[in-house]
Ligand binder design. Structure first.
Ligand code: NZQ
Ligand code: ZN
Length: 391
């Protein structure tokens, strides 16, 4: 096991009565900037519940609406201007990864003199940020307990992450009932993303990381069980609760402590490749991962099969088979799971052809400064091969 530091300070407030605690969490702040997506929060009653909690606590607020999935840097700039104009002291994100990532970017941008894209192109690292609070409405990205914000810049086009301790939310209000209104496709995208967060961490070359291997295997089985259940029975509170907690556990970094290449963490190549797909084609992150991850597994299996065999035996209970047969079956079962929940497993299903493969591959490798992937290090040619497998 590698040396590690684990320090995650997000206060998680979970359950049917979670919003009742919102007032006390925000009461010490002056004015809040509330950040929302395209309108689901208004339709499903979350907005009314949040506003009623805020009224009771007596805090003032202003509102920024219209954050889109694959959130863009222009909305961040708009939010920074609004936050400054209103002298807000906390950014409250009410939504999923896109809304939370926008809130984080605004929080870092308010005390910064330059343009917020500087944090994403790597020219600056945010050192300070306004505090961010979250009311989570979709279990997926895990941004509610992560130090990362992922923002798109459609002008380039590019989509990049920025990670800094000051971006970690101060609290996350998580009521599984707020996810009852999710369309099945969004539940599936969320499940696919959280499973990918677990697998990115699982496939490492560290020899002894048995405890976290087993934590990831259990967490992955939770997603495999409860995602289809949540889609079949949208009002099954326990299924929704399992999935919601799994999304945060997947990405709060507890699952990759002590593992991964020293100083670099886990693999993350599939995520980098998917971010390019989202940047070029504006597809849902989870859907892109359901396509890229199996293709990545097919690429790395010949080069480094060890953990793929273990994942197949322990997560999918494939026993009494050779290593090769186990990997075949594991990938088949993983793709079968994605198809069962309504996810694509080929780029062609997303209407994506090979026209930008070379450009996307070069960018994915360049962003990681020629160090893409740690389970298997990938060159731009390797990424192109993975994209071709995904076609
Ligand atoms: O915009 P509204 O109307 O709210 O609708 C949203 C949106 O269309 C809808 N939705 C959310 N809660 C709902 C609901 N619809 C009905 N009922 C509800 N309760 O769901 C759609 C998707 O929302 P979004 O926030 O985009 O989803 P998700 O949480 O999957 O976030 C995806 C973004 O997070 C980034 C992704 O790249 C992507 O941009 N990621 C962020 C990470 C992080 N910060 O740590 C890590 C991830 O790997 C990921 O890259
Ligand atoms: Zn992700």
């Amino acid at each position: 096991m590698n040396d590690f530091i684990y320090h995650n300070t997000t206060k998680v407030i979970f359950g049917r009565s979670a919003e009742e605690h919102l007032g006390e969490e925000v009461s010490m702040f002056g004015k809040l900037l509330l950040v929302f997506g395209g309108g689901s929060a208004r339709e499903n009653g979350v907005y009314d519940r949040v506003m009623s909690a805020l009224r009771e606590s007596g805090v003032q607020s202003c509102e920024l609406w219209g954050v889109k999935p694959n959130p863009d840097i222009d909305k961040v700039r708009e939010g920074i201007a609004m936050a400054r104009e209103n002298s807000v002291s906390l950014i409250l994100a009410v939504g999923g990864g896109s809304v939370i990532d926008t809130a984080k970017a605004i929080a870092a941008g308010v005390p910064y003199d330059g343009d917020p894209w500087d944090f994403y192109d790597g020219s600056r690292a945010p050192g300070i940020a306004l505090p961010v609070g979250v009311v989570l409405t979709i279990p997926a990205a895990g941004s509610e307990t992560s130090m990362t914000s992922v923002i798109s810049n459609p002008d380039i086009p590019d989509k990049r992450g920025c990670t800094a301790p000051c971006l970690l939310p101060r609290f996350a209000v998580m009521n599984p009932e707020n996810t009852f209104s999710l369309p099945p496709y969004q539940v599936a995208c969320g499940a696919s993303d959280m499973l990918a967060h677990m697998m990115e961490r699982y496939f490492v070359n560290t020899n002894c990381c048995d405890l976290s291997d087993r934590m990831i295997e259990g967490a992955a089985q939770t997603v495999l069980n409860y995602a289809p259940m949540s889609i079949l029975s949208p009002f099954d509170y326990d299924a929704r609760a399992e999935l919601m907690w799994a999304g945060s556990i997947a990405h709060c970094d507890i699952l990759d402590r002590g593992r991964g290449e020293k100083g670099r963490g886990s693999d993350w190549a599939s995520h980098q490749i998917e971010h390019q797909l989202s940047a070029f084609y504006d597809i849902a992150h989870g859907a892109g991962l359901a396509v890229v991850f199996p293709a990545w597994l097919k690429f790395v299996r010949k080069r480094n099969p060890r953990k793929l065999v273990q994942f197949g035996r322990r997560v999918f209970h494939i026993l009494g088979k050779s290593d090769e047969e186990t990997i075949d079956l594991m990938i088949e079962k993983l793709e079968g799971f994605f198809r069962t929940i309504g996810m694509p497993t080929r780029l062609s299903e997303l209407g994506i052809g090979s026209e930008h493969f070379a450009e996307m591959a070069a960018k994915a490798v360049e962003i990681k400064k020629n160090n893409l992937g740690s389970y298997v290090r990938l060159s731009a040619e390797d990424v192109e091969e993975i994209l071709n497998i995904a076609l």
